[in-house]
Design a protein around this ligand. Structure first.
Ligand code: UN1
Length: 524
């Protein structure tokens, strides 16, 4: 084990620090990352850097990029293959860390780790493809080609609700395509991020500087990013987080003639038509509304249900929510705590958006001894546990209908015609995920055609996208960028067009071309 590697190990087991050019870098202040299910349990101490840490990381990524890109793509693919296998061998340990740090139920955390492995499985082969094209020329003795070239250095800024899967969506294809990385993970999931980083660097045998990680708060990151862009150190930004911050990142990168890959919020609708299998719709709404305690960008926002089955759906849904297991995320529960105090606080604000014309059947707010939940698994007083809330009677114009409410709250609205349902589904102006439950193909295809969302589920919940289909949204959910599968390669590569003329003379495009003479007046 070389010295830099052993220092990295100490970085993980002891203090979590930024890693720049393979070396741990402590910052100005240290904060604990705590377990939201047991707030007195410290998962790790994290040392936070400032804007200069980010800039140093960007310099290191810039310095390492040419050499990394010179490694043949199939060999970079092998690195991705090894990373995938190492993650697989460490899946349980990594998932336990995710559960401890953000309170995601263990089964879901294992699924999240699976998503990294799936992404590696997809891209390990892409190292042997990364195809360009041969294109016919309009002139003789001339050949045209396209090549994919890496963009260069990539800054990746991610949220903590998927602290390891979503970063992999950026980092795996970016590395495969020959880019180097500066990653700024969420502050409240820094320990899981450190483990992820360690597994990538070791598993891939990545040279120092190829994958840097910077722990810093939002303001320091923004300023570090701005300085790095100004200095020409960052060529591409990937950001997953709120629509508000996404706008800022988009504006900043735009000033440097760059387009960021933005994966932002959602107000994801689920339409239930009269022909739907109601049991299935209830199950889908329960999982997408309250799985991950509603803290996915793909979580269900509003169920838009046909008026003829509204009552029946509501009764069944309320009863499914009442029966769902909430509690200790290491047990078999649908929903654990909120990820962090910041999200718990914001969720309390969202509860204030409930208005007199809304109906809430069960208890809401924090789960306490005085505000208990039947069948709670474990001790609610130790963590950030909230009641799952179903708000009936929401309608376009209500804040609860129009804005993302990251947390365990689902609105229910009624519609009369499918066109009205689709109009309501599009009204909030996001456009990430969407779902329709129906057994009528006409409804399914009409919905697919008219919904603004980038992702459409038919008889499936709004969350749980597979790792090799294009992932991304429209409107307030992003700027049209797509992650995953072959589609994400357009984020991390640029097309280079090459023409090679071996005629020995200057053949002028559009001018020196051979014309055939058509006989346009010929008739049979
Ligand atoms: C996110 O919440 O940022 O489709 C991503 C899903 C997951 C990813 C969610 N595979 O729900």
């Amino acid at each position: 084990m070389n010295e830099a590697t052993s220092r990295r190990t100490r970085g993980l087991r002891g203090l979590v620090t930024s890693i720049v050019d393979g070396v741990p870098v402590s910052g100005g202040h240290t904060l604990p990352s705590t377990n939201p299910a047991r707030l007195d349990e410290v998962v790790g101490e994290v040392s936070f850097g400032d804007a200069s840490t980010f800039v140093r990381a960007a310099e290191s990524a810039k310095k390492a990029q040419e050499e990394w890109a010179a490694i043949p793509a199939p060999i970079r693919g092998r690195a991705i293959a090894h990373i995938g296998r190492l993650i697989e061998d460490n899946a349980e340990a990594l998932a336990k860390l995710v559960t401890a740090e953000i309170g995601k139920p263990y089964a879901e955390a294992l699924g999240e780790v699976r998503e990294i492995i799936d992404t590696c499985d997809f891209f390990l082969g892409e190292g042997r493809r990364l195809y360009g094209q041969t294109v016919p020329s309009e002139m003789p003795d001339k050949q045209l080609f396209t090549f994919r070239r890496p963009v260069g250095t990539v800054a990746v800024i991610t949220a903590g609700n998927f602290p390891v899967a979503v970063p992999a969506w950026y980092i795996v294809p970016a590395l495969l395509a020959g880019n180097t990385i500066v990653w700024k993970p969420a502050e409240y999931s820094a320990v899981s991020s450190a483990a992820f980083h360690e597994l990538f660097v070791r598993g891939g045998g990545l040279p120092d500087g190829v994958f840097n990680v910077v722990h810093a708060d939002g303001a320091a990151t923004f300023s570090g990013l701005e300085q790095s862009l100004e200095a020409g150190l960052i060529d591409k930004v990937g950001f997953t987080g709120s629509s508000a911050v996404g706008r800022e990142i988009g504006a900043l990168t735009g000033r440097y003639l760059q387009t960021a890959c933005l994966e932002l919020g959602g107000k994801n609708p689920l339409v239930v038509t009269p022909s739907a299998d109601l049991e299935l719709a209830v199950e889908g709404a329960l999982f997408s509304g309250f799985g991950t305690a509603g803290q996915r960008c793909t979580s269900l926002g509003t169920v838009i249900v046909h008026e003829s089955i509204h009552e029946e759906f509501l009764v069944r849904f309320n009863s499914a929510v009442a029966g769902a297991k909430v509690g200790d995320p290491m047990q078999e529960v649908l929903m654990g705590p909120m990820m962090d105090g910041k999200f718990a606080g914001r969720f309390e604000d969202f509860l204030d958006w409930i208005q007199p014309h809304h109906t809430v059947q069960a208890a809401h707010g924090k789960i306490t001894e005085d505000n208990p939940r039947d069948g709670f698994v474990g001790d609610p007083s130790t963590g950030l546990y909230y009641h799952p809330v179903v708000v009936d009677g929401v309608r376009p114009g209500d804040r609860i209908f129009m804005e993302e409410t990251f947390g365990p709250i689902v609105g229910i609205a009624s519609y009369q015609s499918l066109n009205e349902a689709i109009e309501m589904a599009n009204a909030p102006g996001y456009g990430l995920s969407s779902s329709i439950y129906t057994t009528d193909p006409k409804d399914a295809f009409t919905f697919r055609d008219k919904i603004s969302a980038g992702m459409v589920s038919i008889n499936n919940s709004t969350s749980g996208a597979e790792a090799h289909l294009p992932f991304g949204g429209n409107g307030k959910s992003g700027n049209g960028s797509r992650q995953s599968g072959v589609w994400v390669l357009d984020q991390f590569t640029r097309w280079q067009a090459v023409n090679w003329d071996y005629s020995g003379r200057l053949q002028k495009a559009q001018m020196d071309i051979v014309e055939l003479t058509p006989n346009t007046t010929f008739r049979l």
